[in-house]
Write a protein that binds this ligand. Sequence first.
Ligand SMILES: Nc1ccn([C@@H]2O[C@H](COP(=O)(O)O)[C@@H](O)[C@H]2O)c(=O)n1
Ligand SMILES: O=P(O)(O)OC[C@H](O)CO
Length: 320
Amino acid sequence: MGSATVVASVQGKQPLFSFGVISDVQYADIPDGRSFIGVPRYYRHSLLVLQRAVQNWNNHQKLKFAINFGDIVDGFCPKDQSLNVVKKIVNEFDKFNGPVYHMIGNHCLYNLPRDKLLPLLKIPSTDRHAYYDFSPTPEYRFVVLDGYDISAIGWPQDHPHTLEALKFLREKNPNTEKNSPAGLLGLERRFLMFNGAVGKEQMEWLDSILQGATKLKQKVVVCCHLPLDPDATSQEALLWNYNEVMDVIHRYNCVKVCLAGHDHKGGHSIDAHGIHHRVFEAALECPPGTDAFGYIDVYDNKLSLVGSDRMQSTDMYFSP
Ligand SMILES: Nc1ccn([C@@H]2O[C@H](COP(=O)(O)O)[C@@H](O)[C@H]2O)c(=O)n1
Ligand SMILES: O=P(O)(O)OC[C@H](O)CO
């Protein structure tokens, strides 16, 4: 047996493929600040975190693609700079030697409307919807959900999806400040303007994708800026209709892992159906010199997140 074979057998099975992950870069050329609950936010340093992520992914040499989980620019970015800042950050992602799949977050939509944003992020779209899927190998399918499909941000003010979202918020959140969860109890605390929902058409699309994946015996990884499981996130960060989306997902056995951003502290849970939910730690909240990015090795029975620094490494085992 040659020495390379010995090393490979000691280290165990090789992954089917690997991909890079990062979330909530939320770059802006403004001084450091804090979240509403006082957590420091390093708006300029987050660019350095992204640059180190891309360098790390390129050094790895075997990553097939990378996924950005949304919010590449912060809502405090001066609006006359939004377009250039989004271009600048996309350009940093483009230094990765492979395709980058983006998704939209609330902060992206505070800066630019969908019709400007989606082409810049190269999100394949009809009717300005930002959901899509791709299959990097025959065994796997990735589904990218648009968590701001029904949303009070990002659509024109008179768009049916804006009106539906405003009506929903009026019914569910009695506060004048619709980003305030004051008085809302438990899971109701998700009914905030900085969240959104998956609409009817997208739900039907998701169902058809999962049906197709099941026929092809593909395992599915669902990606969304907004988390889909209450045990992996603060209640304030959940997708409004996470329960309806999970009802569709639970009708099939093909979804193994759901990945998200938005809740900057990160989290991990395994739901009652054995599906892993991993919410990524934010690049924005890395104190200078620290990092939060990673890559995921994909096997037939697990996804193994190798995190850098503040991003916790996580093994996510499932039945193949
Ligand atoms: N407990 C909270 C949290 C947030 N808000 C409102 O949401 C806005 C965004 O909050 P970030 O922490 O993400 O910056 C914030 O400006 C508040 O209006 C809140 O009211 N209560
Ligand atoms: O990135 P933000 O400012 O929308 O913050 C989202 C919160 O962390 C959700 O709890």
